[in-house]
Design a protein around this ligand. Structure first.
Ligand SMILES: Nc1ncnc2c1ncn2[C@@H]1O[C@H](COP(=O)(O)OP(=O)(O)OP(=O)(O)O)[C@@H](O)[C@H]1O
Ligand SMILES: [Mg+2]
Length: 347
């Protein structure tokens, strides 16, 4: 809660910034850092549901927001990596929110839907409900471990294992044949070894089942499988054929795959990238004011912030840092980014 400071009690950018600052004063454990404060609604003198209170007259300005925090050391290390790569961080975006902005429609975000992002190093499950990120769980196993399993079991290099996975891999062994063979270059053998499709599929399936079972246990703790939206799978590892059917078998609810529809990006591997662009492009003025991107002067007045709820339950929140450009160059840089992307794709 914040007392509007101007003489005529008209709420300004500065008041909005101050109410955000008051929210951030709320105690965060010393080992954690605020990643993002996402405004849900403002309340002006008891009137709720206000998206942008600027220009309204009132004496009491309250804010309901989701505050997302993460471990300080991890955030520091990620920032250092990005800076060492020669990039400047403008802001951090919570990845599941970015993906949800493209992979889910408004109804799915409101009524409750699970997003499973199957990456290389990790698989994360996030629950969107009431248009907010309500729960997040990360299993530190992803597509790269599937590749590693194949490499170890078939005695082949990681490069070969990755190629074999993409060319011949299937997520459900029952649907494959042990009479279809493909050649694999094996360490210590001069001639490629013949491996059957079913054997490869069994290796892949074992890891994927383990990942999905871990996620299912985490989701069941918050009864997320009861939500009407079901599951949306995405991320590079979800490109493996059969993965949707395997997920259906294990989670026993509706599962669909999200693939970006933009030309040249029709692969779930691009879900995060396209999601970040769309999410940042869709951020409204209030978000920028809160971030202090609209210049104002004046002292921040922290007041008790008891009305700021903390609805987000984050387990192991390791979010990627992503950058976006200055407000003025914003549109331009988005176009530039997309152009670079397409150039890379067709190189
Ligand atoms: N066609 C394909 N079939 C099977 N697996 C694939 C395919 N294409 C990509 N992958 C796998 O997807 C994974 C990379 O996915 P993605 O780019 O989403 O991960 P990331 O975002 O880099 O990693 P993380 O989310 O863990 O930080 C790799 O393990 C790769 O083997
Ligand atoms: Mg990823």
């Amino acid at each position: 809660m914040y007392a509007v400071s101007s003489e005529n009690k008209e709420i300004t950018d500065k008041d909005v910034q101050n109410v955000f600052a008051a929210a951030k004063v709320r105690s965060v454990p010393p080992e954690r850092e605020i990643i993002s404060v996402i405004p849900e609604e403002f309340i002006v003198d008891g009137f709720d549901g206000i998206r942008d209170p600027r220009g309204m007259i009132g004496v009491r300005l309250e804010l309901y927001a989701s505050m997302i925090t993460g471990p300080k050391t991890i955030i520091h290390n990620i920032k250092r990596c990005v800076e060492k790569a020669g990039l400047q961080i403008e802001d951090m975006v919570v990845q599941p929110l970015a993906i949800s902005s493209v992979a889910m429609n408004k109804g799915e975000r409101d009524f409750g839907t699970i997003l499973i992002d199957m990456g290389g190093g990790q698989t994360s499950a996030s629950v969107m409900h009431d248009d907010q990120l309500k729960f997040s769980f990360v299993d530190p196993e992803g597509g790269d471990l599937v590749t590693k399993d194949i490499s170890i079991i078939l005695n082949t290099t990681l490069e070969n294992a990755e190629r074999v996975k993409r060319e011949y891999g299937y997520a459900i062994s029952e649907d494959t044949s042990d009479e279809e063979f493909f050649p694999v270059e094996t360490i210590g053998k001069e001639e490629p070894v013949k491996v059957d499709e079913k054997y490869l599929s069994e290796i892949i399936e074992a890891r994927l089942v383990q990942i999905f079972e871990n996620i299912k246990r985490a989701l069941d703790k918050v009864e997320a499988r009861d939500l009407p939206g079901g599951i949306i799978l995405t991320g590079g590892a979800a490109a493996l054929p059969g993965v949707v059917d395997l997920a259906k078998e294990i989670f026993e609810i509706n599962v669909k795959l999200y693939i970006p529809e933009q030309m040249g990006m029709r692969n779930p591997i691009y879900a995060t990238s396209i999601g970040l662009i769309k999410y940042v492009a869709g951020l409204d003025d209030i978000y920028r004011v809160a971030k202090g991107k609209v210049q104002t002067t004046g002292k921040v007045i922290p007041l008790q912030s008891k009305t700021v709820k903390q609805p987000t339950v984050i387990e192991e929140p390791v979010y990627e840092t992503e950058t976006y450009a200055d407000e003025e160059n914003y549109e331009e840089s988005l176009v530039g980014k997309l152009k670079r992307w397409f150039n890379n794709l067709f190189e």
